[in-house]
Ligand binder design. Structure first.
Ligand code: SF4
Length: 1517
């Protein structure tokens, strides 16, 4: 019975290929971009459909391979191990595969190829492979594709030879039914297949010809021939007799009414005793047999040739292309004209051409014709006009067949026939459309993401850059596949070099001649000749020469100008892809390197890191870099633009300078061409970090020039490279010079290591437990924030105290094979993301979930889960609440586990959070284990708090100094992590790399963030340059300008930490008290227009900052003494430090002070513990400050006891007393702040708990005087004013737009380099703003032009951004911030881009709307004061807040919880539109949202959680 339907030729092919193979190699543009075949293949696989010929379990294996990954390599291994292999691909794989196609011809592999471009297929790739000896079959419709696929597989099995089946995808074809099972059974010789499948071919080198010869026997095939017997067949190897041609097969002439005679049998050639190599006759015979079978079963008849038309015709067409059907149907309708079609073996063709035919036109559908005569023309000529056939043979006329539309074949034929009727027909005309409509272009295009490297080449070499094989070059008539090849590029570069040599000789001659109108050009040319081979010197002369030649007017001058690019000593580049790393491009690469010529190659590898692991070992890429290094004469660099931009620059410059071949292998991993830069960045980081893609430069002549041969620019090396260096004896020298490499080099990777680690850890624990007597209790936890782990550890201690043999492990550290041997098992898990397992429990869960043979019948277990029942506001998401715990419980029960106690569900919403449920659950566990009534339990030590750490630290020393010396880890101890904050540095780990490093058995990628202390954010140009140096030398080559006006470095590894601190101090900055429970950096409005006033406020900020500095000498002692200094406390061990202001426990929590100068609230004066509003006296000078206290941002999601707060006005204080006011406020907080609960420790809670008035009076008591009444002031906005402004002294200030404060170089915008160039000549200062932007301050008029030019040169003068973007800011969040729940700095710009269209449409492009984003509710970018804000809740999900005041005076309020981008856009787009239409004059967006009732205003911090727009739905559980 025939069931199912098949819509396209590809579907038909995929289905039959699947049914007829052991392995299908599915070639795709990339692993994530499906091909036209892959959906069907996957559908069959996922339904577990069994193959007809498939050995083993009957379900074939599908191997997905990227198009440029040398797909046929994947066929070798299975082919040689006796597997039936088929390949589904587009024709673009054929040309590059030619070098090894001949190696597969003697295997029964079938390659199905859809011709490209699909609308206007080009047959040139097929003609190109016609000499390889493959059997070729063509089909033209879906039905034919189905039949020919069956024929192809039948033929491959029967003959043991490789078959290529090619077809053009037809879009207007009708649907057909699935194949006839009877047909499949009969056309595929199962016995022959089994014989092949049972024999393995001895393993030989992948690329070597292993000498396999397809065999056949002498026994005759007995075939029952049907009534309309009429067969067709195809090609043989070129090695056989001439006259064997590629041939097409074709159209079915289905006879629906034909009966189906039964076939008796098709004999198996492999049964034969005597065998001999397959001949073309055998192939003909077998194909005829199979066609006969098709005809008998289906009634559709196929023949090797088809001749359509009367037998007495005198002219004929021979068609090779996709439109034979059109021609044929036209012929059938047209009486009197005679046409034949389809090529074949010479003899067979001669047989079928009627004697009456005197002329044949060969129509070849080949787009990029590179020779005068078409390949088929020549073939036909050979077979019809040689040997016996020559006498009376028809005249053959070649024609190029363009694209024929269904309405024009008649017209086309008429033209062809008319020409044939001439006595001497014209050769080589074309018929049909020659130009392919552009949308059908068969172009290889440069993926957009790869533009990054092109831009860098362009920036570096400008006019000197010559790319030999650039894709946008038009190379008349040459296929882009060829022009993109290294061979082509190499040849063209050699020609280019010769041309320049000839050009130099020409110039030499002309310089001596009198051919110019004046002597001037000759003089210039003589100067040029001396430096022609010097890149820079010759380039410097070129504009002058061109100018002189242009005005000379002589023919000689014009002649030289026509080749003016040759005046430059060009930088010659060949650009290639990772396809060059496979065999198919390797020979070209080899040529270039072996030539020793000065040619640079840039080979871009785009294979995503995550794909490399799944790559089939047998077709792994060659490491082009290593290959070139082994050659010994090439400069080699391995770079990755998303890892280090500057390293790419160095590598390219060095490659250009190197006189000889250079190979720069460049990493740019992407799945799809429109992958976001963030995805590319994350893939790059993983690859570089793990050492899969090391960054290095290798100059084989380095040592001759007194330099290093090898520079390692990343941290790790991969094994192969390590071996190379060892061989080269450079490794030992390298390690000697840089001992830290030793550890990196010997680092071992892989999951096996990880397994061993787990085993070892558990065995060690078991040993420890041996001494104990009680029953065992294994506690496994999965924890994100540390709560689950804390509970597990505590439970473990309590278990031990009860005499149990207790083992506590993270789920990921547990060797899961032991699970069924456990006696008592406790699982504690928190809930991550959308109801997922925390990272360190994911693998454990996946294994438990998917295991089929885990038997837990003897295991007693219980689960405790931690979650938040209100976390998901939408009803449909409620089931995420404690999902991991519930899932675990269910699965363990399913596996036979017995419950010790019911699952405990800890809920953050309970009065005591998760502790509420926990305190009920734990006693049940002890009871079940029979240890509930144990006497004499010891008191549990209270948990160590930050307060304990501070007290024990000896004024912030802890064991920091010792920890820095420990080279066995990149981390420092937990308590030191708290203490280093006071010194301005946090330990972090790169969260992009966590999973990958874990899988590799490595500790997280620890590094340190360092924050400078820089009151008011004012830095000198010298300081700027030093900061830039520090980021390059010690950090991740970027700097962050923070929301608190200071420099922040990321990615400083432990062993560089101390040097970095010293470098910062050498730049006359410090990091002391930049973080920690102390007063931090004091901010101040940047005020470019009023420099004198700014100077006074700035001075006050410095005074306050210095006044409140901690006094401990620990900072100096730890960071600023040299390593060989004896570790002594300054003033000797005997004298103990003391802190007059802070005392030994410092403050309960962080403390922040800012100054704002009205009308600019650019430092968000309401958001800090102390906000000082500068007040001008009558003399125009700073007289004093209004004092606000109790502002603060940090909040915990769902914890209503936490809230943001704006500062309360305490009154006015004069300038000379202000630092004392700040001090006393700080002291009241020091003594009254909550030291028990860090979530309630900020000044804002102290004030609210105490009441503003009481607080104020306590301050005044300490001051012993009263604050005055606050003075009037007015704020306009809290954003920056971009562009140029003049101050009262006539000096100029320019505010740059620095998106989210990140100073970095990218290929699109090398901003960091630009700012450094500016700093080199700037005479004023730099001011960092509280909105993370930068002001170039104090430029004199005289320097203005130069500065403008410099800024323009580096594109730093661009401030043409939307008002929304200019008013936005985001915190760092991923990947470094440990608290981040969602992206922020890397995502906000993307979100804004998605909103800009609607802003533009609504006429709001220039309107300022303050939008802020943070990755967590800690609120570093002060989101609660923005008009619209997003605060991260889970990866990709944000809480949305609306209604903040435009100048930072009013808090916003929650509008929606946990929404994703789609919903954000759904809300904001219409809202912006509405704002544009309905706003009142001058009304701000935040105010508008309140007026229209979208959101209620938040009047003070305490009401932040009231009247939110979206109340949590009632919990149904
Ligand atoms: S707001 Fe949260 S995520 Fe963003 S930097 Fe601060 S702590 Fe990290």
């Amino acid at each position: 019975m025939v069931v199912g339907s098949v819509k396209t030729p590809e579907e038909a092919v995929a289905r039959i290929a699947y049914l007829s193979s052991d392995v299908v190699i599915s070639v795709q543009p990339s692993l994530s971009n499906a091909s036209a075949f892959s959906a069907k293949l996957e559908e069959l696989l996922s339904s577990g459909v069994k193959g007809v010929l498939t050995a083993s379990n009957g379900v074939p294996e599908i191997q997905t391979v990227r198009q440029n990954a040398d797909p046929l390599l994947s066929a070798f291994q299975p082919m040689r191990s006796g597997k039936l292999v088929s390949v589904t691909a587009t024709s673009s794989i054929l040309l590059p595969s030619i070098p090894h196609l001949y190696k597969i011809i003697n295997y029964p592999v079938v390659i199905h190829v859809s011709l490209q471009p699909s609308e206007f297929p080009d047959y040139s790739e097929i003609t190109s492979i016609r000499q390889t000896g493959l059997i070729l079959l063509q089909s033209e419709s879906t039905q034919e594709a189905q039949d020919m696929t069956i024929a192809a597989h039948g033929l491959a099995v029967k003959t043991g030879k490789a078959v290529v089946h090619f077809f053009a995808s037809s879009s207007d074809d009708s649907e057909i039914s699935n194949e006839d099972a009877l047909l499949l059974g009969r056309a595929l010789d199962r016995a022959a297949a089994r014989t092949y499948q049972s024999g393995k071919i001895a393993s030989t080198s992948l690329y070597a010809d292993d000498g396999v010869v397809a065999q056949t026997s002498n026994s005759a095939a007995s075939v029952a021939v049907g009534t309309n017997g009429h067969t067709s067949g195809l090609v043989t190897p070129a090695s056989e007799a001439s006259g064997i041609e590629p041939s097409s097969n074709g159209t079915s002439t289905a006879d629906e009414n034909s009966t189906r005679p039964s076939l008796t049998s098709i004999s198996s050639l492999h049964d034969a005793i005597e065998s001999r190599p397959i001949s073309s006759d055998d192939i003909y015979k077998h194909s005829s047999t199979i066609f006969e079978v098709i005809k008998q079963v289906t009634g559709r008849s196929y023949s090797v040739f088809e001749y359509t038309g009367p037998r007495n015709a005198d002219v004929a067409l021979f068609v090779f292309g996709s439109t034979t059907g059109l021609f044929r149907s036209t012929i059938t309708r047209t009486a009197g004209d005679d046409y034949s079609r389809r090529p074949w073996f010479g003899a067979k063709l001669a047989e079928i051409v009627p004697n009456s035919i005197s002329k044949i036109a060969v129509l070849e559908q080949i787009m990029n014709k590179t020779t005068k005569w078409g390949p088929l023309f020549l073939d036909l000529l050979t077979c019809l006009r040689t040997g016996a056939a020559v006498k009376g043979a028809p005249v053959v006329i070649g024609r190029q067949l363009g694209f024929i539309t269904p309405d024009t074949p008649r017209q086309a034929m008429r033209g062809v026939v008319q020409n044939l009727k001439f006595r001497s027909p014209v050769q080589n005309l074309s018929v049909g459309l020659e130009d392919v409509p552009t949308n059908a272009g068969h172009k290889i295009s440069q993926p957009a993401v790869e533009a990054a490297y092109m831009k860098i080449l362009d920036q570096l070499f400008g006019k000197r850059l010559h790319i030999a094989n650039s894709l946008d070059k038009s190379n008349a008539g040459i296929s882009p596949t060829i022009t993109a090849s290294p061979e082509y590029g190499y040849g063209s570069l050699l020609a280019r070099m010769e041309r320049r040599q000839a050009f130099i000789e020409k110039v030499e001659k002309l310089a001596k001649s009198n051919d110019f109108t004046t002597r001037i050009p000759a003089e210039w040319l003589s100067r040029w000749l001396i430096v022609a081979d010097d890149e820079a010197k010759s380039a410097a002369l070129v504009p002058g020469i061109i100018m002189r030649l242009s005005v000379d007017g002589s023919p000689a001058a014009y002649d030289l100008l026509s080749d003016k690019a040759l005046f430059y000593k060009e930088s010659h580049w060949l650009i290639g892809s990772d396809a060059w790393s496979y065999d198919l491009g390797n020979s070209g690469v080899h040529h270039v390197i072996a030539s020793g010529k000065n040619i640079n190659m840039l080979v871009i590898d785009s294979q995503p890191y995550s794909e490399h692991a799944v790559a089939n070992a047998s077709r792994r890429k060659k490491d082009v870099g290593l290959y070139a290094m082994n050659f010994g004469n090439a400069f080699v660099a391995s770079v990755a633009v998303y890892s280090s931009y500057t390293q790419v620059l160095h590598a390219m410059l060095e490659a250009d300078k190197f006189d000889g071949p250079s190979v720069v292998v460049a990493y740019l991993p992407y799945n799809k061409e429109d992958d976001s830069p963030l995805t590319v960045l994350q893939e790059t980081k993983k690859a570089v970090d793990i050492g899969y893609w090391p960054l290095y430069r290798w100059n084989p002549r380095g040592e001759e020039e007194g330099e290093k041969n090898f520079s390692l620019d990343s941290e790790r090396l991969k094994q192969e490279l390590q071996e190379f260096l060892k061989r080269e004896n450079h490794l030992s020298q390298l390690v000697k010079r840089n001992p830290q490499f030793a550890a990196n080099l010997s680092g071992s990777y892989g999951t096996e290591v990880r397994q061993q680690q787990k085993r070892k850890a558990k065995d060690a624990f078991n040993k420890l437990l041996e001494g104990l007597s009680g029953p065992p209790l294994t506690i496994l936890f999965a924890s994100d924030g540390g709560n689950a782990e804390g509970l597990a550890q505590r439970l473990g201690r309590r278990g031990k105290a009860r005499g149990l043999k207790t083992l506590v492990l993270a789920m990921e550290d547990y060797p899961i094979e032991d699970l069924s041997t456990e006696e008592n098992l406790v699982l504690i898990t928190s809930t991550a993301g959308q109801g997922e397992f925390p990272q360190n429990g994911r693998n454990f869960w996946e294994t438990v979930k998917n295991s089929t043979d885990l038997d837990l019948a003897t295991v007693n277990y219980t689960v405790f889960a931690l979650g938040d029942s209100h976390y998901w506001p939408r009803k449909e998401d409620k089931h995420y609440y404690n999902k991991p715990g519930k899932d675990l419980d269910k699965r363990l029960a399913d596996l036979g586990g017995k419950k010790l106690a019911n699952t405990g569900l800890g809920d953050d919403q309970d009065p005591d959070g998760y502790q509420t449920a926990y305190s009920e659950w734990e006693p049940k566990l002890w009871k079940a284990l029979g240890v509930d009534n144990v006497d004499g339990l010891p008191d549990e030590p209270p948990p160590i708090t930050n307060e304990d750490i501070k007290i024990a630290s000896n004024f912030l020393r802890g064991t920091i100094a010792e920890g820095l010396k420990d080279e066995s880890t990149g981390a420092i101890s937990a308590s030191d992590q708290q203490l280093t904050k006071f010194h301005g540095t946090y330990m972090q780990d790169d969260r992009d790399l966590r999973d990958e490093r874990k899988a590799q058995g490595l500790e997280p990628s620890y590094s340190f963030m360092i924050r400078c202390r820089l009151a008011s954010g004012v830095a000198t140009p010298e300081q700027w340059i030093k900061m830039d140096d520090i980021s390059n030398e010690f950090g991740n080559r970027t700097m962050k300008l923070t929301t608190r006006q200071t420099f922040q470095f990321h990615g400083v590894i432990k062993r560089k930490l101390k040097s970095t601190m010293q470098a910062i101090n050498k730049a006359l900055m410090t990091t002391i008290a930049a973080c920690g429970d102390v007063n931090r950096n004091v901010m101040c409005s940047s005020l470019p227009q009023h420099s004198a006033f700014h100077a006074q406020a700035h001075e006050a900020a410095i005074l306050i900052s210095n006044h409140l500095l901690p006094s401990t000498t620990a900072y100096h002692e730890i960071w600023l003494t040299d390593d060989d200094d004896k570790k002594v406390q300054v003033a000797g061990d005997a004298v103990v430090d003391h802190e007059p202001l802070y005392g030994p426990t410092y403050l309960p929590r962080k403390f922040k002070i800012t100054i704002a100068i009205p009308p600019h609230n650019d430092t968000d004066v309401y958001a800090h513990d102390i906000g000082l509003i500068a007040i001008k006296g009558e003399d125009g000078k700073l007289s004093g400050f209004n004092v606000l206290a109790g502002g603060g941002m940090g909040v915990t999601h769902n914890n209503k006891k936490t809230y943001p707060r704006t500062g309360s006005m305490l009154g006015y204080a004069p300038l000379d007393k202000i630092r004392f006011v700040c001090e006393k406020i700080m002291l009241v907080q020091r003594d009254n702040g909550d030291r028990k609960n860090r979530k309630h420790a900020r000044l804002k809670y102290t004030i609210d708990d105490m009441g503003v008035e009481v607080f104020k009076s306590k301050v005044e008591d300490l001051l012993t005087w009263k604050l005055e009444k606050s003075r009037p002031f007015k704020f306009d906005s809290n954003i920056d004013t971009f562009g140029w402004q003049k101050d009262e002294n006539g000096r100029n200030h320019f505010t740059f737009f620095i998106e989210n404060g990140r100073i970095e170089d990218t290929p699109e915008f090398p901003m960091k380099t630009g700012l450094r160039e500016i700093a080199k000549v700037h005479k004023g200062e730099f001011r960092l703003t509280g909105n993370q932007h930068l002001i170039l301050s104090g430029v004199e008029d005289a320097d203005l032009e130069n500065m403008r030019d410099l800024m323009a040169k580096h594109k730093l003068d661009n401030i043409q951004f939307s008002g929304l973007r200019l008013s936005s800011s985001a915190c760092v969040a991923f990947p470094t911030c440990g608290l981040a729940m969602a992206e922020s700095e890397r995502y906000l710009p993307v979100l804004i881009s998605k909103l800009e269209g609607i802003l533009e449409e609504s006429g709001l492009h220039h309107d300022s709307i303050v939008m802020r984003m943070t990755g967590c509710p800690n609120g570093c970018a002060r989101p609660w004061l923005a008009e619209v804000a997003f605060v991260g809740k889970a990866y990709g999900a944000y809480n949305m807040y609306l209604g903040g005041g435009y100048h930072g005076q009013r808090l916003n309020k929650l509008y929606r919880s946990s929404i994703k981008e789609e919903e954000i856009l759904e809300i904001l787009k219409p809202l912006f539109k509405r704002y544009a239409l309905e706003r009142q004059d001058g009304e701000r967006f935040g105010d508008f949202c309140i007026r229209i009732g979208m959101i209620k205003p938040t009047t003070e911090g305490k009401t932040f959680h009231d009247d939110v727009a979206e109340e949590d739905a009632e919990d149904e559980e």
